[in-house]
Design a protein around this ligand. Structure first.
Ligand SMILES: [Zn+2]
Length: 230
């Protein structure tokens, strides 16, 4: 068996469930009950047209694109099959594929231009680990050179220049963290967009952070559930 065949076999045997940490499975390993659940966190752009905001998981089984109307059936083996064309990809292949799409700024109307936007996101500030204080809810926009936090209710806007960012990390798949000198902002993105997209885009845009992470993210996020449950 060639290396490629082995890699394919591994890809195809991997199961996927982004909600693993959030759901109460009472120690049981789910087998294809909701195989598409949370996959839009990893496959954050339509593998067909590249659309970023119109992806939706339907009935835990399908990934739909509202723009080009593609529907991908997600298998318990992590595969994505295009219902229209029959094209089949593993989620690893689909992830690598969407990373090849050009990243362009979009016009968010009164909020200006940016790469990614997440609305009404609870944001926590940590100065003395492990104490975190809820700052409030913010609309968060990734610009060319900074992240802007626009308060949804009371509060002052916050701007984090890319140059000030020391490191990035994810917790429980949906809490995205940026660490600056002396403080850390944690954004709770569950149901508000893909935390992986935020981390990957910043990894690609920030020269001071390490680019090997995309590879290590694949290994971590596509790890078999059996491994995670131990
Ligand atoms: Zn599409």
């Amino acid at each position: 068996m060639s290396d490629e065949e082995v890699a394919l076999l591994v890809d195809e045997s991997i199961r996927w469930n982004m909600d693993w940490d959030l759901a109460d499975y009472k120690g049981r390993i789910p087998r294809g009950i909701r195989p598409a659940s949370g996959i839009n966190n990893l496959i954050f752009r339509c593998p067909d047209c590249g659309e970023e905001e119109g992806l939706q998981v339907i009935r835990g089984r399908y990934l739909d694109c509202n723009l080009c109307k593609s529907r991908w059936r997600v298998g318990g083996d992590s595969s994505l099959t295009n219902e229209r064309t029959g094209e089949r990809r593993t989620s690893t292949e689909a992830f690598r594929h969407i990373l090849t799409f050009p990243r362009e700024q979009r016009d968010f109307g009164p909020q200006g231009k940016g790469y990614i936007r997440a609305l009404d996101v609870p944001v926590y500030l940590e100065v003395d680990f492990p104490k975190q204080d809820l700052l409030g809810n913010y609309d968060i926009i990734m610009r060319e050179d900074r992240i802007d936090f626009i308060p949804v209710g009371e509060g002052d806007p916050i701007s984090v220049p890319f140059d000030d960012i020391h490191s990035l990390s994810l917790e429980k798949h949906y809490r995205f963290q940026v660490r600056l000198k002396g403080r850390l902002y944690q954004m709770h993105l569950h149901g508000k967009g893909s935390a992986i997209q935020w981390e990957v885009y910043l990894q690609l845009m920030l020269p001071q952070v390490n680019h090997f992470l995309i590879r290590s993210m694949e290994e971590y996020y596509l790890a078999p559930l059996e491994k995670k449950s131990t």
